[in-house]
Each structure stands twice: as structure tokens, then as C-alpha cells.
Design a protein around this ligand. Structure first.
Ligand code: ADP
Ligand code: MG
Length: 257
């Protein structure tokens, strides 16, 4: 098996592009929330997206998963444009795993059912096979013993790890994380970040919106800094944190570091 090592080096241009956004624009009424976004994410790359509140980070993630439509431009995953509706759209959502700040587990399903449901409904996996896979994933994220509980019986950190397992159960091509630790009590943040670190080491393609700069430094190939709906700066974590070029980024870093 080849070991995919995640380093802080930028992935060179011409690598295997997985997610491509070209000149993407999105408005909410008069608000131009995504402005001329060009972003290419290579297979196996970990991109951390940071920026002030309201800069469009969540909208960017939601557009990649087609939870939001875009007004102009193009988004493709693995060479294919985003589908508009129906079964194709369900498959896209399976290919693009998403983990939200607020966990979003199915409250009336057990942990195990949360992780088998999509496999059975979207991937058409048999129940026994889906359960075996789910138990393996729950073990991988460290919550195997919680399989028969309901989400409300778990801590926030455990719920978020189940949410990661649920997304992974679909064998996604890319995982999007939108502030996955922002709603957690401080003592639970690391257990979720460690699962994400491991995923990064295993070679998963990841887009991570986070304020966890330690994670960005150690796991990201690239930092994308957004402000006012634009990508203002892109750099390796070392470059970005030690020598931000734009005034916006300098100002932002001075407030959070
Ligand atoms: P971030 O995740 O960087 O904080 P968002 O993508 O959530 O930013 O939001 C960007 C801007 O778009 C904000 O000003 C926000 O209020 C606005 N916005 C987000 N979603 C909607 C919506 N559904 N309707 C109207 N405005 C929205
Ligand atoms: Mg957001």
C-alpha cells in the first residue's frame, strides 16, 4: 500500500483535479456573497478555508454540495458538472460528504442507523453489509460502543464523530467540513480534530472551514483566505501564518492569533 503523506507543501499545478470552481458568482438579493471564485482542489489535497464571519465560507461549501445554486460560473466534481436534481443529485451529495457545525444527525434513529441509512437508500447496499461497514467506521472514529444509542444520549464530540462516520459511509470523493468544532465544548474539540487529522493522513480530499489554526498548520496543504465573498489570498500554511500578504489577512490574523 502506498502511504499518502500529508505535508505542508503545496500540491503542484497539474495534479489530479477533483473539485473545480470557475468564476463562480452567487447573490442573496443585493448581497454578492461569492464573487468570481476560482478554486481548484486536487485529489488528496487538504484545503483550509478561513476568513471573517459573513465572508461566504459556508455558502462556498454549500455550493460545492449544491445545497445552494450559483448564479454564474461552473462547478465540477471529478470532471463532471454538478447535477441539477433527482438521483444524480442524491449521488452527488453522497460523493461530497458534508459535516456541519450542528452535527445534523437524525434524532429518531440510532447511531448505527444514522450510519447505515444512506448506504442502504442511496448506495443500495444490503443491510448486513451496511451494518458491518458502519460498525467499522464507528470504531475508526472511536464511538463503536455507542452504536445502539440515540444522538441525544451522546456528547457533542461523539455526535460529531458519528456525523463524520455517516459521511464516510458513502465513500465520498471529498469531505467538506463547515466549522465542525465551533459548537463543541472546548474539551471535545481535540477528539474531533484528531479524527480529521487521521482522515487527512489517510489521503482524503478535504475542504475544512475552521478557526482551529493548529489544525490548519499541521494538516492543510493550502490555506484559502476569504473576505467579502472573494478569495483574497491562497498560500501554504507556513507562508500564510508567517507572512500574510494582504492587509485583510494581516488584520484577521492579528485578531485571532
Ligand atoms: P460565513 O460562513 O463566512 O460566515 P456565509 O456564507 O454564511 O458566511 O454568509 C455570507 C453572507 O451571506 C452573510 O452576509 C450572510 O448573512 C449571507 N447569507 C447566507 N445565507 C443566506 C441566505 N440563505 N439568505 C440571505 N443571506 C444569506
Ligand atoms: Mg459559516
Amino acid at each position: 500500500m502506498t502511504e499518502v503523506s500529508v505535508t505542508k507543501d503545496a500540491i503542484p499545478p497539474g495534479a489530479d483535479d477533483l473539485v473545480v470552481l470557475k468564476n463562480v458568482n452567487k447573490h442573496f438579493g443585493a448581497l454578492h456573497v461569492l464573487q468570481d471564485i476560482d478554486l481548484t482542489i486536487a485529489r488528496g489535497e487538504v484545503v483550509v478555508v478561513i476568513g471573517p464571519s459573513g465572508s461566504g465560507k459556508s455558502t462556498l461549501c454549500r455550493a460545492i454540495n449544491r445545497l445552494e445554486t450559483i448564479d454564474s460560473g461552473a462547478i465540477s466534481i471529478d470532471g463532471k458538472p454538478l447535477p441539477q436534481e433527482g438521483k444524480e443529485l442524491a449521488r452527488l451529495r453522497a460523493d461530497v460528504g458534508m459535516v456541519f457545525q450542528s452535527f445534523n444527525l437524525f434524532a429518531h434513529k440510532t447511531v448505527l442507523e444514522n450510519v447505515t441509512l444512506g448506504q442502504i437508500k442511496v448506495r443500495k447496499t444490503g443491510k448486513a453489509e451496511a451494518e458491518t461497514k458502519a460498525r467499522g467506521l464507528l470504531d475508526r472514529v472511536g464511538v463503536a460502543s455507542q452504536a445502539d444509542k440515540y444522538p441525544a444520549q451522546l456528547s457533542g464530540g461523539q455526535q460529531q464523530r458519528v456525523a463524520i462516520a455517516r459521511a464516510l459511509a458513502m465513500d465520498p470523493k471529498v469531505m467538506l467540513f463547515d466549522e465542525p468544532t465551533s459548537a463543541l465544548d472546548p474539551e471535545m474539540i481535540n477528539e474531533v480534530l484528531e479524527v480529521m487529522q487521521q482522515l487527512a493522513r489517510d489521503g482524503m480530499t478535504m475542504v475544512v472551514v475552521t478557526h482551529e489554526m493548529g489544525f490548519a498548520r499541521s494538516a492543510a496543504n493550502r490555506v484559502v483566505f476569504m473576505a467579502d465573498g472573494r478569495i483574497v489570498e491562497e498560500a501554504t500554511p507556513d507562508q500564510f501564518f508567517s507572512n500574510p500578504r494582504s492587509d485583510r489577512a494581516k488584520d484577521f490574523l492579528s485578531k485571532i492569533l
